[in-house]
Design a protein. Sequence first.
Length: 150
Amino acid sequence: MTSFLFIISFLLHIISFTAIFALNKQLVAAKSTNTSEIVSLMESYLEEIKNENQILQEELSKTGGKSIANPVISKEAETINSPSINKDLDNSFQIPVIDQKVHDEIEVSLPSRILKLHGEGSSVEEIARKLGCGKTEVELIIKFHEKSNI
């Protein structure tokens, strides 16, 4: 009777190890497929970007090397007035009064401008034309942003 139980246990162990090996083999195959798909996708995007860069370089050489400047948004801060000094305090230190206006310049990055225009409902072609960049670059930034929000 004991030998019968040992044989059944041995058979169950063989079946279990075979199932584990088969599942592991499927998992490794799925991972390599996903990795190869990602690599091929990135290579195709890189090739498209290279082609767009070559076209851009040719256009720039035709126009005499004029470049497109990034728009800079400037904001004026309000005049900062210092508070009056309390009479009870020691007057050896006084806060200077600033009568000049402070100018801050903020340069908005390309991805943020692309995402802003995309949020407003502009198409990829319109965004690329307005910002002077490639369609593939716009698509990549939008796709990466969507994937990071998932």
